[in-house]
Ligand binder design. Structure first.
Ligand code: PGA
Length: 255
């Protein structure tokens, strides 16, 4: 069975020392981690300190982005092996804020996914429709385009190392969570797309997360859906108690 993943996307919050302090307090709150993979995604500069603090507790660390080249004249970029070197095991790719504000496209997502896998990083690839796309009935077309182009560089054998995050743009940071039916329907659709591209076995293995205004009071319903294998949590991952609460609700034994 698929082990649930709960990932905290800290965005542009927390220095290294603040993040390290956070994981100490998180570990104290949740105790031993069983049946769920817990990840925090700090900024690049906070990664080394947070990774060192997190390791003893089995809390894993993700970067929020990556470049697709190993080295070269690319001012401001960070290469996959550099993330590995500071203890990141995962990387978020194609978050809607990167698509919206920093020119990320499905094509650059595909390059980053390829580079991340080649370096042994596990990608969390974000997809999701805007409000106007949903209103106009284009949700499935958008997801089909993002999944087919964004994952174009992957082979079926690599799919178990992939995590997809379905994050409807209208639900991110807005407090307007998708209903459990909307979230389940979209995650099932994404799983079906992966089955059509890579076969049923790969589709059964890929983990698909929901993201967008997950809070302690809506997490259990979302995590209980057949095709939702965890969550990508923004705002509620910045406070220990709310993030710990969401993690507890994602553990199969307690939910
Ligand atoms: P949110 O962010 O939980 O604050 O809506 C989710 C995300 O952007 O990954």
């Amino acid at each position: 069975m698929r082990i649930p993943v709960v990932a905290g996307n800290w965005k542009l919050y927390k220095t290294g020392s603040e993040g390290a302090d956070f994981v100490e307090r998180l570990a104290a709150s949740i105790g031993p981690i069983e049946g769920v993979e817990v990840i925090v995604a700090p900024t690049f500069t906070a990664l080394p300190e947070v990774a060192i603090a997190a390791r003893p507790y089995g809390i894993q660390v993700a970067a929020q982005d990556v470049f697709w080249k190993e080295e070269g004249a690319f001012t401001g970029e960070v290469a996959p092996h550099m993330l590995k070197a500071v203890g990141a095991g995962w990387v978020i790719i194609g978050h809607s804020e990167r698509r919206q504000y920093f020119g990320e496209t499905d094509e650059t997502v595909a390059l980053k996914v390829r580079a991340a896998l080649d370096a042994g990083l596990r990608p969390i690839v974000c997809v999701g429709e805007t409000e106007s796309e949903r209103m106009s009935g284009a949700t499935e077309d958008v997801l089909r385009r993002q999944v087919s182009r964004g994952l174009a560089s992957m082979q079926a054998a690599e799919i178990p190392n992939l995590t997809v995050a379905y994050e409807p743009v209208w639900a991110i940071g807005t407090g307007r969570t998708a209903t459990v039916e909307q979230a389940q329907e979209a995650c099932a659709f994404i799983r079906g797309l992966i089955a059509s591209f890579h076969g049923n076995e790969a589709a059964a293995q890929v983990r698909i997360l929901y993201g967008g205004s997950i809070k302690p009071d809506n997490a259990a319903g979302l995590m209980g859906q057949a095709d939702i294998d965890g969550g990508l949590v923004g705002g509620a991952s910045l406070e220990v108690e709310s993030f710990a609460d969401i993690i507890r609700q994602s553990q199969p034994t307690t939910s």
